[in-house]
Write a protein that binds this ligand. Sequence first.
Ligand SMILES: *Cc1c(COP(=O)(O)O)cnc(C)c1O
Length: 345
Amino acid sequence: MSAVWEIDLEAFAANLRAIRERVAPATHMLVVKDDAYRHGLAQIVARAVAEGIEWIGALDVSTAVAARAVAGHDARIFAWLADGTEDIESALDAELDLGVGTEALLEAVAALAAARRGTARVHLKIDTGLHRNGVRPERWEAFVERARALEAAGAVDVVGIWTHIGEASDAEDDLQREAFDRAVDQARAAGLTPQLLHVAASAAAFARPEFRYDMVRIGAFAYGIRSAGGPTEQELGLRRVGALRAQVVRVGDAGARADIGASAGLPTSVAGQITAATPAGSSVVDQVHLETLLLRPWAGQAVGDEVTLFGRGGIDSATDIAERIGTIGEELVLRISDEVPRRFV
Ligand SMILES: *Cc1c(COP(=O)(O)O)cnc(C)c1O
């Protein structure tokens, strides 16, 4: 064995059940961007569908199309970063639900759907303050009126209205929610009848019921990655899914050298910050080199010993380490390079 990124699909399934219980009656859209947060798109989508997940959130169209191939026809797959004619054509072919956050995209989607005598399912995005993507409130009224006209013409079906919130402070989130509610009122006044309102990601979906609306878009918590500075895994009722493990390849007085390092995506700043699990208890990672790292010696250390750097079966979680080096758990996980093979258990 050598270094491995191990994914426990049973733990993932348990998290899906915990999320369903927590957010009901809202629907859980499972977010699978970035190769399901490095947990493996195909395996994660297959298991999610088997566990009853009906909505998948994919960010870009190519990920959404890949998810469609695994999830089959019945799943609803949401992509919110369509860009250009080719993307839109693929989205229509794969019967995706499209997030639409600009006037230009609305026009392009409607035109391409009309050209093939089809109807595109769209979720209109209001920018409630993050300024990343979404139609600004001052242009929203004209936007929803145009959407209603395109809907009447049969080119689009406005099934949802959504936004993305910061989840950094309750007060700012509250302001964003007020802006969202106003946008929904304006959409209804324009004659739209959106069935799916969605705002919250992991943190707000768990902590703040009033942010759940009809659906919540949860990625991190499904993979057992808690928010930095937030409640513990135990408080959330979530299990760790991934585990980063390595193998001891050399031992000496200075400690044990394991076969993973910066080239595999570990930031060098984790030196001194990871408490790894060894066969004989815990050991701190003292140094991170390009191909290896050095752990403090333990009694009986031996070549071939397996150590868990973070995650399931280890001591630290990705977020525990992230908090110490000023980042978030997702970032640490997404940095794990493809050189590290993934194993499913
Ligand atoms: C990534 C993302 C989510 C999921 O966020 P988590 O905090 O991982 O649950 C939800 N919505 C959008 C628009 C996103 O980009």
